[in-house]
Design a protein. Structure first.
Length: 295
């Protein structure tokens, strides 16, 4: 499997965007089969460059994350990016996990602070990591991994000091050894452009910064998601979602149109790639990529 930093370099040389998908570990065996046997093969038809697999709050899906990463790489020959968080992990436990990743041939890690199980305030584990920049440095020193980190165009929901303070933390993560940035989902491209311009021009961040995109599936679902992650829904979008509140099929169709328009503008602005939050469902993301002529 390739190092993701090399994938970005290769695609940049070709003048093409990197396309990636995110999955979460299902809770049931049926969910596993649906993801691995139906959704991922449908998405593979678009020829993505890599995918990422999330890591539940406090490492609650750790073993399943490892299993899915392994199967994606072995069975589908697709480069996988494994999430790894600071929550509930000592340095020794992270070292053991990194050794497991290496044995599975997983060379790519998304280093995150992570969310405590059950919500609440983050507290560093004794002999662990308080900040994701510390985790990045630890991984960088542990071996030849390609390391990604998260960026937040509207600021992290838990950072009470505002988005400018949060963006300085991104600078620290890159200085610690991160190779690329995948952003939180957003719906107003102006937020992304402000974020990108600030961290590149004022903070000197020069690694690829990839916008995170989600194609809305239902009004209720996206409202819950944005409340959890702190992303805002612009007024004009909220008005449209209110109109579609009782029609998930129409909402999903609109979601494809909205995400397509978002991506078109982002690609025109020169983004190095697009990272899609698929919600373990292929159809909408495939349609967006077809609309963009990237499938």
């Amino acid at each position: 499997m390739k190092l993701i930093r090399d994938i970005f370099a290769e695609k940049k040389a070709l003048g093409k965007p990197v396309v990636s998908f995110e999955f979460f570990p299902p809770k049931t065996d049926d969910g596993d089969r649906n993801l691995l046997e139906k959704q991922i093969p449908a998405l593979l038809a678009t020829k993505p460059d890599f995918c990422s697999v999330t890591y539940g709050a406090g490492g609650s899906t750790r073993e399943k994350t490892l299993m899915i990463v392994d199967r994606i790489q072995r069975e589908h020959r697709l480069t996988a990016l494994a999430h790894l968080t600071c929550v509930n992990h000592t340095q020794a436990e992270v070292q053991a996990l990194l050794e497991k990743f290496q044995k599975l041939g997983c060379k790519n890690i998304l280093a995150l602070r992570g969310d405590p199980p059950g919500g609440g305030e983050f507290k560093a584990t004794p002999n662990g990591f308080e900040f994701s920049a510390e985790l990045v440095k630890f991984i960088r020193d542990a071996g030849d991994f390609s390391i990604g980190v998260a960026g937040f165009p509207e600021g992290h929901i838990a950072n009470k000091n505002g988005k400018l303070a949060d963006w300085r933390h991104l600078q620290e993560k890159v200085e610690a050894g991160a190779d690329f940035v995948l952003t939180q989902l957003f719906f107003d491209n102006a937020d992304f452009f402000e974020f990108r311009d600030h961290v590149t021009k004022k903070l000197g961040v020069q690694v690829p910064i990839v916008p995170g995109i989600i194609s809305i599936l239902s009004a209720a679902q996206i409202t819950r998601f944005t409340q959890l992650c702190g992303s805002k829904i612009p007024a004009s979008l909220k008005t449209k979602l209110d109109e579609l509140a009782k029609d998930d099929e129409a909402a999903a169709k609109f979601g494809i149109e909205y995400a397509t328009q978002q991506c078109e503008e982002l690609l025109r602005s020169g983004v190095p790639g697009l990272h899609f939050y698929t919600l373990n469902k292929a159809y909408s993301t495939v349609q967006v990529l077809k609309n963009l002529k990237l499938a």
